[in-house]
Design a binder for this molecule. Structure first.
Ligand code: ACO
Length: 342
């Protein structure tokens, strides 16, 4: 048996508290576009009602044979290219989704298969629309403690598969898509500086897909009642989304000794333009500081924030050394805010 004096072990955590950067991003939106005019033909609604209440003009809808992992894998390929990495470099894949391909295997395992990341270990994460920032925090913790070097974090959703297309109060709000980010330690001074995470399970009934799990398994009766589709108390969700996201923004700034004026760009969860305006008023940020693409994609749940971040980077809205604030809210309830040095 080794005595302590004779041991020569390597401490795999000796480089703990490494800074973690977003090394590359990518996104994918399905080809088919559904406009508000298309929805007028499905339910009793109007472009005017949808646009003034939500800011949404159109959303992308996945093909029938296109699963969440298909969209996720395409977004991943684009992020890998941007980060300049190969599939073999990836240690870990985390997919945030509430519309997985199946209960199991995880959607992350299907992505692994599609992109050929055979070295990676893979898992899904469930935090509804907040999932991407939850997953990013998990990835950042693995890298900062040297348990992984390269993590692929994905937010991907096929929301069209869980909507009741007869319910005008929900079906007009959502869209499909995927976004991905490669996380690595690249010696940045700050990188991902902090992520504030919060949940309130007491309010779980206000936004859910009640059927299909162990509480209400799928039966002919539960299907008849539409329990396999999304239910939402819109007004309540609106109120809590504004309060929780505003508080998360202020807490993230406080932790880093920053003020809202230090922030160059805010990427909010793209659920509703009015929610974003209300957050701006509460945290003292002009609307110009927010990046919005909800008009073109609707609410893509866990994919929303990373699709918007990717677009903002690609079109030059976010530049090197910018301070970027990401903030999300979703079912659970769950919420999160991250402050990132780009
Ligand atoms: N077209 C026309 N009329 C509609 C529609 C529609 N698509 N949907 C609802 N209405 C009607 C209602 O039936 C109601 O009619 P009534 O007064 O005759 O009963 C009227 O419009 C007002 O309905 P409200 O639900 O009170 O409308 P509100 O102004 O609250 O807007 C909305 C609804 C847009 C859903 C709003 O509550 C909202 O944005 N909530 C937040 C929802 C959200 O963003 N959820 C996702 C965030 S978390 C996540 O991403 C999972």
């Amino acid at each position: 048996m080794n005595t302590e004096a004779s041991r020569t072990l390597i401490n795999p955590r000796s480089s703990s508290t490494r800074t973690v950067s977003i090394a590359g991003t990518g996104c994918y939106a399905p080809e088919r576009v559904m406009t508000n005019a298309d929805l007028e033909r499905l339910v009793d609604t109007s472009d005017e009602w949808i646009y003034t209440r939500t800011g949404i003009r159109q959303r992308h809808i996945a093909a029938q044979d296109e699963a969440t992992s298909d969209m996720a894998a395409e977004a991943a390929r684009r992020a890998m290219k941007e980060a300049g990495i190969e599939a073999d470099d990836i240690d870990m894949i985390v997919v945030a989704t509430c519309t997985p391909d199946m209960f199991f295997p995880s959607t992350a395992c299907f992505v692994q298969k599609q992109i050929g990341a055979s070295r990676a270990f893979c898992m899904d994460l469930s935090a509804a629309c907040s999932g991407f920032l939850y997953a990013m925090e998990v990835g950042q913790q693995f890298i900062s403690t040297a348990s992984a070097d390269t993590v692929l974090v994905i937010g991907a959703e096929k929301m069209s598969s869980v909507l009741d297309w007869r319910d005008r109060s929900t079906c007009v709000l959502f869209g499909d898509g995927a976004g991905a980010a490669v996380l690595q330690s690249r010696g940045a001074e700050y990188g991902i500086m902090t992520t504030v995470l919060g949940s309130n399970g007491n309010l779980s009934d206000l936004l859910s897909i009640p059927g299909g799990g162990s509480r209400n398994p799928l039966t002919a009766e539960s299907l008849e009642e539409g329990m396999n589709t999304l239910r939402m108390a819109g007004r309540e969700v609106f109120k809590h989304a504004v309060t929780s996201m505003s508080n998360a923004v202020l807490e993230a700034l406080r932790r880093c000794g920053a003020s809202i004026d230090d922030v160059d760009c805010i990427i909010p969860h793209q659920a509703n333009a009015r929610i974003i305006q209300a957050i701006g008023q509460r945290v003292g940020a002009p609307i110009e500081k927010f990046y919005l693409n909800v008009d073109r994609f609707g609410n893509t749940s866990a994919a929303s924030i990373i699709m918007a971040l990717d677009e903002a980077v690609r079109n030059g809205r976010i530049k090197n050394n910018d301070l970027v604030l990401l903030v999300v809210f979703g079912g659970g309830f769950t919420w999160a805010a991250s402050l990132v040095e780009w």
